[in-house]
Each structure stands twice: as C-alpha cells, then as structure tokens.
Design a protein around this ligand. Structure first.
Ligand code: HEM
Length: 175
C-alpha cells in the first residue's frame, strides 16, 4: 500500500510540470546517421517492441485531432489499456506530457537498470528518479506480462557460479 504521506497531485502546487515532463517518448525516436538513439542501445534493441502499435494509434489520432496528443501520452494510455485487457486492472492516467525531440543512446546505460542489479542497486536507481521502493515494486508488476530473452536471466538458472549452477537466492520452485 502507498504511504499515507503520499498523495496524487503532490507536486501540483510546488512543481506543476513535474508529471507533464515525466516521460517524453524519446525511446520512439529513430537513430540518425552517426547519432544512435535510445531505441538502438543494446538494452533496448532487440528487446523493446510494439513500436508499430504506437505508430498506428498516433496515425489514427492525428487523423482526428492533428498535432494535439503526444506520443508520450499515447504510450501511457496504451499501457493502461493493455493492463485492463490482460489483467482487468484500471487506473487514471495524468495526461499532458509533451514529446521530446532528442534521443541519445549514451543516456541509456546511466538510467536504465540492468537485469543483474540487486535490490539495493534497484532502489538507488529508482530513488534517483524520485521513485520510492513501494513505487518500484508496483512498477515492476509490468513484468507480469511480456517476454524476456533467455540471455537476460539464464546465467541464474544454469551457470551462476562454480559451487551453485543455480542462483541460491532464488526460490527453487521459481527456478
Ligand atoms: C526494476 C527495474 C527493471 C529492470 C531491471 C528491468 C529489466 C527488464 C528486462 C531484463 C527485460 C527483458 C528484456 C529482454 O530480455 O529482452 C524486461 C522486459 C520488460 N520490462 Fe522491464 N525492467 C525494469 C523495470 C520495468 C518497469 C518500471 C516497466 C514498466 C512499468 C517495465 C516493463 C517491461 C516490459 C513490459 C517488458 C516486456 C517487454 C516485452 O514483452 O517485449 N520494466 N525488463
């Protein structure tokens, strides 16, 4: 449960744009010659997918209301709708994010947590973005759906270390 000290719209007075600038869809931007974008960093490519779904939604929305709805908000709406379709969860999405125009592959490594981070490292990574441990656990629920490449976790199942081929910190049933 969220801390009783937290509330929706907490930054409304102190920093009204905090929610609006939280996400800029820069991961959708294509690389240009000599300037690799976020989407082509090894942490995202070939993992990140579904670009065509967002492109199609954007095309249909542009046809109705040109230059109005950001790709950033479309991603947030799509995430909400996917969660609703698959798991019957629903939530309100604060909209109004504007799209960024810059995407740099070099920004990825210092911001995205790698799959081998321990709990402490993950907490630090999220806290640098102003996200609590509680929010980290909640957001991690995104992994209830979707796929992962074996290379992201197979070392923990087959070749952890000399004494333990399987990561002993994992629940054996989960292994
Ligand atoms: C706790 C920090 C996180 C780590 C270390 C992490 C790591 C990963 C890894 C390693 C994969 C598999 C990539 C592959 O092998 O191709 C993955 C997939 C995924 N992650 Fe995360 N992730 C984190 C947080 C999040 C958050 C906050 C979200 C969204 C709220 C998210 C959404 C997803 C989704 C939807 C997939 C599946 C993509 C697909 O089906 O193709 N992750 N993540």
């Amino acid at each position: 449960m969220a801390s009783p000290l937290l509330k929706v719209g907490f930054y409304r007075a102190a920093c009204p744009s905090a929610e609006a600038i939280g996400c800029d869809a820069s991961v959708l931007l294509d690389s240009t010659p000599g300037k690799p974008a976020e989407k082509d960093h090894p942490a995202n490519n070939p993992s990140l997918r579904g670009f065509e779904v967002i492109d199609e939604a954007k095309a249909q929305i542009e046809a109705r209301c040109p230059k109005t709805v950001s790709c950033s908000d479309i991603i947030a709406f799509a995430a909400r709708d996917s969660g609703f379709k698959v798991g019957g969860i629903n939530y309100a999405v604060p909209a109004g994010s504007r799209d960024g125009h810059v995407s740099l592959s070099d920004d990825v490594a210092q911001n995205l947590p790698p799959p081998f981070f321990n709990a402490k490292q993950l907490e630090d990574n999220f806290s640098r973005k102003g996200l609590s441990r509680d929010e980290m656990v909640t957001l991690s629920g995104a992994h209830s759906i979707g796929v992962s490449h074996c290379s992201s976790f197979s070392n923990r199942l087959y070749s952890f270390n000399a004494t333990h081929p399987q990561d002993p910190s994992m629940d054996p049933k989960y292994v």
